[in-house]
Design a protein around this ligand. Structure first.
Ligand SMILES: Nc1nc2c([nH]c(=O)n2[C@H]2C[C@H](O)[C@@H](COP(=O)(O)OP(=O)(O)OP(=O)(O)O)O2)c(=O)[nH]1
Length: 230
């Protein structure tokens, strides 16, 4: 029987996390779904949670396993799961010597990195999953604590949510840049939260937005803009 290796498709804000391996030499520089070997007697979900805490410092919840199990070699095989970062998780970053780079990839960017062969059969399902996610809404706050509270609340309510630091057009210093919360929650859920936390909805791109436009400057209103409730 082959040893099971489990990889995580960590999905957030319409993108999936890819990790670049540092070892062994034949895999170094190539990209994978972070994870590792399931230990004897260990549940695969527990193995994923353990590996992601060790390698990236994040707590994750397994949503579901992707279709198929792919042989890695004569001795190992790869299964992959869709997971979400849970709790008050830190931003994932390489914590041990397994990876030296991380990238968040949208559904049209999956072929921009050189995936290890066994990971490739999972990419079509991952792309479908990313495309099927609800529109990503963006709420903006000048106070980091407000943004963090809103993220906590949305996650408690079962939505995907995370904070990104926004840069204002034409500015590159670190002062006064607002904090954007990106979430798949519906507008109604977010409206109440922006009212309570002195933020505003970046309403214009909510309707057709299918993923965060990384790095795009925010169109800031001159004063808080509220979406009116009837
Ligand atoms: N983690 C992971 N490994 C993969 C993937 N695709 C793939 O071919 N592999 C290979 C690379 C490695 O040879 C093997 C997994 O080993 P690993 O080094 O990640 O596992 P581990 O952390 O439990 O290993 P170790 O402590 O015993 O070194 O499977 C993938 O998507 N994720």
């Amino acid at each position: 029987m082959r040893t099971r290796v489990v990889g995580a498709a960590i999905v957030r804000g319409g993108r999936v996390l890819a990790a670049r391996r540092t070892r062994p030499p034949e895999a170094a520089g190539r990209w994978e779904l972070p994870g590792g070997k399931v230990e004897p007697g260990e549940r695969p979900e527990a193995a994923l949670e353990r590996e992601l805490a060790e390698e990236l410092g994040v707590e994750v919840d397994v949503v579901r396993w992707l279709d198929g199990v792919v042989p890695i070699s004569g001795t190992h095989e790869l299964a992959a799961a869709l997971v979400r970062i849970g709790g008050d998780a830190e931003e994932p970053e390489p914590r041990d010597d397994t990876h030296d780079r991380l990238r968040w990839l949208g559904p049209d960017e999956l072929d921009e990195v050189d995936w290890l062969e066994p990971d490739r059969p999972f990419l079509a399902e991952i792309a479908r999953e990313l495309r099927s996610a609800g529109p990503t809404l963006r709420a903006v706050f000048f106070d980091e604590d407000d943004a963090a509270r809103v993220v906590r609340r949305l996650r408690q309510d079962g939505y995907d949510a995370h904070v990104e630091r926004e840069r204002l057009a034409g500015e590159d210093d670190d002062e006064d840049h607002p904090w954007a919360v990106l979430t798949d929650a519906p507008v109604v859920a977010l409206e109440l939260l922006v009212d309570d936390h002195d933020g505003w909805l970046d309403a214009d791109d909510g309707a057709e937005h299918t993923g965060p436009a990384a790095g795009s400057p925010l169109d800031l209103p001159t004063q808080p803009r509220r979406i009116k409730r009837p």
